[in-house]
Design a protein around this ligand. Structure first.
Ligand code: PBG
Length: 324
């Protein structure tokens, strides 16, 4: 039936009509808020490269996470800055690392807020790579062992979910076995399964002080032009024990999110990364975009593509818009 019997605009006449036929709804339940934990005491300093985000020391984190919880956001994702950097990134698995201290403080103050920890060595190594280097190359298998130690240290401090973001082969299986061996069978793994070597991580690397000193991450993160590899990466991670799989970044990879959603039954997460977030802010600052409207449209597009979970620096803004 064509025009005039069919008029698509009938279903767009009023806000209520549009609400009735809407297919995608972003809710606060979908959101995860990333946060940066730094060493020291009484620190809460704005991160220049990442609008409205802060470096927060463990003794002050519980106030901020209480706000996250009170907004109804189910989970915080913690990134850590080390007390010192070395070749192996040893502060990453220290029992009293900033992240471990922060987890304990958060779990004491707001036990219901899920704590997800980023598991990766790049902020902790003096060379800034996500694994350890041997003979000038990233040693995959040795890196997996260190990442497993880091995951266990976070589990011991009380993390609910560990999120390896390093892209070493086989690390999900190594982490799962290490967690189980230590009795942490209930700690879940959110795998950064399809993580691309993206230019959009720039602001984050300033925030986490994690830019590689030499070279790039193209030997472990995925080539932006590859899509079938993403399916294999996700499949392997699920086989190795990932409970949730992530596609990262989100916006330039909506096709990958959609493909993952249509092939796999596990929850799919997408990371709306630092560069994507700061593009919105820069355009809004310049007067080109309405920040709130563009933020919600962006999150809706990620959900519509098939993401169940969205990790975003806009989580608090979105929560306030969704629950005024
Ligand atoms: C660590 C890590 C990165 C991000 C999350 N975990 C940076 C990178 O891989 O270089 C990026 C997050 C963002 O840009 O918001 N490996």
């Amino acid at each position: 039936m064509a025009f005039p019997n069919t008029r698509m605009r009938r279903l767009r006449t009023t806000p209520t009509m549009r609400r009735l036929v809407r297919e995608t709804t972003v809710t606060v339940d979908d959101l995860v808020y990333p946060m940066f934990i730094c060493p020291g005491e009484n620190v809460r300093t704005a991160i220049p490269s990442l609008r409205d985000c802060f470096h927060i020391s463990p003794d002050r984190i519980a106030t901020d996470t209480a706000e996250v919880a009170s907004l109804g956001i189910p989970a915080a994702l913690l990134f850590g800055l080390p007390r010192h950097k070395d070749a192996r990134g040893s502060d990453a698995w220290a029992a009293d690392s900033s992240v471990a201290q922060a987890i304990r403080a958060i779990k004491k103050a707001t036990p219901e807020l899920l704590v997800i920890t980023d598991v990766c060595l790049c902020a902790y190594t003096d060379h800034g790579h996500c694994g350890v280097i041997r003979n000038g190359r990233i040693d995959n298998d040795a890196s997996c062992g260190l990442l497993a130690q880091m995951a266990v240290a976070h589990a011991r401090a009380g993390a609910d979910i560990v999120a390896p973001s390093d892209m070493m082969d086989g690390r999900i299986g190594v982490l799962r076995r290490a967690l189980d061996d230590e009795g942490f069978t209930e700690v879940a793994i959110l795998s950064y399964a399809a993580k691309y070597a993206s230019a959009f991580y720039g602001p984050f690397r300033d925030a986490a002080h994690s830019a590689p000193g030499a070279g790039d991450r193209k030997g472990y993160q995925m080539d932006p032009a590859a899509s079938r590899q993403a399916i294999r990466e996700i499949e392997l991670d699920i086989d190795e024990g990932a409970d949730i799989v992530m596609v990262k970044p989100a916006l330039n990879y909506l096709d990958i999110i959609h493909a993952a959603r249509s092939r796999f039954e596990v929850p799919i997460a997408a990371y709306h990364v630092s560069g994507e977030y700061m593009m919105l802010h820069a355009a809004a600052d310049a007067g080109y975009l309405d920040r709130d409207a563009a933020t919600m449209e962006t999150l809706t597009s990620i959900k519509r593509a098939g993401a169940d979970i969205i990790l975003t620096y806009s989580a608090k803004t979105a929560a306030r818009i969704l629950r005024p």
